[in-house]
Every structure is written in C-alpha cells, then in structure tokens.
Design a protein around this ligand. Structure first.
Ligand code: SF4
Ligand code: SF4
Length: 480
C-alpha cells in the first residue's frame, strides 16, 4: 500500500475559553465584521452631483469614493500605493508579532470563529459536540443540523449580500435585489460568495489555513529568531505529569500537568507543545487556557506565551523572562515602519495637493495635418477635459508655445469664432471630450507646444498637456 495522497480530514471541536486573548478576538471580530457589514450603509454628503455613499466602487462611472476622497481612473496610483502600504504593513506586523493577521483579522479566521460560536450555540461545548458527532442520525440530530446549517447559510448570504453593496447605492440595490430587478451579476456574485462563505467558514475552516492559503508559507519565511511567536516553554514544562505525580516527585516533573486544555481550545486543533506548526495562527487562545491552568495549580503564568526564539534561548539558559513588547524595539521594524509611514505621508501629500482639473491631449495622426488653400496649416486634436469637483465648472483652454496668429476652434465653437483661447463648461464630476482644431497662419512653423486648461473660479486650478503641431516642413525635415 502506498502513502495516502491526502490527510484524512478531522473535525476540530474547540472548547470555550475566556482570557485576554479571547476578549481581544471578540473585539477584533466585532470591529472587522461591523466595518464589513455596516460601511456600505454610511451616507456621506458630496453635494447634488455625486453619490452620497461613504465608500463606493462606482464601476459604471469608473470612480472609487471613500468619504471625502474620490479616486479617478487616471489616479489609480493612489490605490496601488494603498496596496503597497497594505503589503508592507503585513510585513511589519508579521515581523513584529508573527502571524497576528492570521490570528485576529484574516476573514477566514473571523468567519471560522463566528461559525464555531454558532456550533457552540446549537450543539453545546466541545464534549457535547463530540458526542453529537458520533451519535446516530436521529430526528433530533437532523433537526439540529438543519437549524445550524440554516444559520450558516443566513450568515453566508448576508456576507455575500454585503459585498455587492460596495458597488452600488446600498438602499437602491437592496430594494432592486428583493424585487428581482438587480443586474444578473449581482445575483451571481451573491450566490458565489454565499457558497464560498458557507463552505470555507462552515466546513473547511482550518484546512484553508493549513492546505490552501499561501500566506502562512510566505510568513514563515519572514519570521526570524527575533519575531514574536506563540511558543511552549519546554524547558519549563517538561517532563509533563499530573499535579499528583509532581507532588510525589517534584524534581522529576516540569510545570505542564498534561491537562490538554491548550489543545482543546485551539481553533485549528494544534498541540503547540509539539513546536511551531503551520496550523498555528498565533491567536493566543492556548495562552489563555494555560495561564488559567497555571493559576489553578498555583504556578507562574507564561508556560505558553508570546516570546521570540532568542528570548526563549536566554530564558532556558536561566535569564529572567523578558517582557514581550521589548521584541518590538529592533531596527528591522523601524525600517519597515519608516517605509510604510513615508509611503503613507507621500500619498496624503499627493491627495492634499492634487488638482481637481485634468487635461489629456491626443493629436490626430491620420492625416497629421491639413494644408489649406491659403497656405495655413490645420491640426486636429482630441482633448479630454476633466472636472473632478462635484459642481459644473467654467473652464478655459489656451495654447502655449505657438507663434503669433495661431487660433483654435472646437466642435462647440464655429471656425468664425476661432481664437487663441476658448471657454467651455464641464459638468460636475465629468470628463468632456472635445475636438479642437488649431490653425497656424501661412509662413509660420511650430513644433512642440501645449494646451493649458484653467478653471475659471476662485481656485484657478490648471493643468498643462504638452503635444506637437505637425507641419509639412517638419515632415520634410523628418524625411531628409
Ligand atoms: S494547558 Fe498548559 S498545562 Fe495544560 S497541557 Fe497545555 S501546556 Fe500543559
Ligand atoms: S496553538 Fe495556540 S496560538 Fe496557535 S492556533 Fe492554537 S490556540 Fe492559537
């Protein structure tokens, strides 16, 4: 018989525990789920020309709104900057406190935790759940399972439903959704997210962390002997033995009374006493459990604790235990934090000083110019004028760097009204595409020049778009 391709799945029935880390997990669950479910319902007044949803990914108009910040497609570097910050933030957190992301904030952890509380509500704590699992499928067991899975499904559906609210006005979409009038993609997205949440949170649970997620592997490579991890202090705990045995032979036994509570409370079913494992998400629940046991048997807390490998080595050699926070004071963390903060400051500065006016220019290439009967030369351009404010604005388009006598007209202004400067109105939060024709009088030649767009209001924001004037003489020069 060859080796099995897959490890047989086992159900983890984690025991209820209370303590500082469990309470912190409650807090994180409340904050993360609260933010996720409630954010699309927060309203934010941006005036009559913009949506009033505080956080909105407006795919139809290609905008991202986040409170007072509005990101346009040409400003995608802000989103890229935020993603880079998130990446460096994860490096920072992992180097400082190990897999804290996995333990407290990862969606898989948060929803698994929520589903485990649903299990506990319907089936009782660890022992009762284990008994029920082994019990035959009676009517009562089937009814309990149906009720529990119905709650799983409701949570999963609510999760999928909340996601689509980020992409449209939440009250309008909810109304349309229940009337069957929402876009098919909305129903498909909710169906997929309901299915994945139900399956991954309700049934796959720790197997996602152990077998499917690449992040534990990446994080493992980022940890070093100075990173905080959850660790069992074997030099203090071994040899394991009950309080009775230890009372008889105090020199033979360590502090671990082999009660197995640290394993029973672990949401991923890990025995941390066997050393670091990929399944350990460093949630600290085993610390809560062991500290309680140590308190009950009158031994010092911290047999399982957050500590670095360096601290453990020193402690094993007889040095006093070092407070965990001291591990945070090291150059690598300051460098990560400095880079993270510098990117954040740069983004904030760019946001604060950015212009709400933008201009891009594309010259016609076919033909690049028109030679008119009177010897003048005409070029055509496509201008994209952006007004990124939530009010219509009067703007001025001018040409810079062309010889005297150069004039322009647009599709909105006839050739008879050609002038070096033209006025246009651009709607609130809109891009106006304009065809512009530039005429150079006979006997003049031009090359590089620029269009300048200026908002005619108190701010006088402006933007410059360089381009080139194509001319028969520049063509001849190129062909020489
Ligand atoms: S909870 Fe503490 S005492 Fe109990 S088995 Fe785990 S390490 Fe040993
Ligand atoms: S071993 Fe401890 S820290 Fe690791 S996942 Fe289990 S309970 Fe959490």
């Amino acid at each position: 018989m060859g080796a099995a391709l897959y490890e047989k799945g086992r159900t983890v029935h984690n025991k209820r525990i209370d303590g500082p880390f469990r309470r912190f997990k409650w807090l994180m669950m409340l904050v993360t789920l609260g933010i996720y479910y409630a954010t699309p319902w927060i309203r934010w007044d941006r005036g009559p020309f913009a949506p009033d949803q505080a956080v909105l990914v407006d795919l139809a108009n290609r905008r991202f709104y986040m409170f007072d910040i509005e990101i346009w497609p040409h400003e995608f570097f802000f989103v890229a900057g935020l993603l880079i910050m998130a990446g460096i933030g994860l490096f920072l957190v992992t180097s400082a406190v190990g897999r804290a992301w996995c333990g407290y904030a990862c969606p898989q952890t948060v929803w698994t935790d929520l589903f485990q509380h649903v299990d506990r509500f319907f089936d009782g704590d660890r022992n009762a759940r284990m008994r029920l699992d082994k019990a035959p499928w009676t009517a009562s067991k089937i009814a309990r399972r149906m009720a529990k899975w119905a709650v799983y499904l409701a949570i999963a559906f609510w999760t999928g439903g909340a996601w689509i609210m980020y992409f449209a006005d939440a009250p309008t979409l909810t109304y349309a959704f229940w009337r069957g009038e929402a876009a098919p993609v909305a129903y498909a997205t909710v169906a997929v997210l309901t299915g994945t949440t139900f399956w991954l949170g309700g049934f796959m649970r720790e197997q996602v962390c152990v077998y499917m997620c690449p992040w534990p592997r990446i994080q493992t490579a980022m940890l070093d002997e100075k990173s905080l991890i959850v660790t069992y202090k074997d030099w203090r705990g071994e040899k394991r033995g009950s309080v009775k045995k230890a009372a008889k032979n105090p020199d033979e036994y360590g502090d671990c009374i082999d009660c197995n509570l640290c394993v029973a409370v672990c949401p991923t079913g890990v025995d941390i006493r066997a050393g670091q494992q990929i399944g350990c998400i460093t949630c600290g629940l085993c610390i809560d459990a062991c500290d309680r046991v140590m308190q009950d048997v009158g031994r010092p807390r911290g047999l399982i604790d957050y500590a670095t490998l360096d601290q453990c080595k020193a402690e094993a050699a007889g040095a006093p235990a070092t407070p965990a926070w001291k591990a945070l004071l090291r150059p690598r963390l300051f460098v990560y934090f400095g880079v993270w903060a510098a990117i954040g400051a740069g983004l904030l500065f760019a946001l604060g000083t950015r212009s709400h006016t933008d201009l891009t220019v594309a010259p016609d290439r076919n033909p690049p110019f028109m030679l008119l009967k009177d010897g003048s030369v005409r070029n055509a351009f496509t201008l994209r004028l952006r007004n990124m404010e939530a009010r219509p604005r009067e703007m001025e388009v001018a040409m810079q760097g062309l010889p005297q006598g150069a004039v322009m007209w647009t599709e909105a202004v006839s050739m008879d009204n050609a002038a070096p400067v033209q006025r246009v109105t651009v709607d609130a939060n809109a891009t106006r595409v304009l065809r512009a024709y530039v005429l150079l009088p006979q006997g003049t030649v031009a090359g590089d020049f620029a269009f300048r767009l200026t908002a005619l209001d108190e701010q006088r924001e402006s933007d410059l778009a360089p381009t080139t004037f194509a001319h028969p003489q520049s063509d001849m020069a190129e062909n020489k």
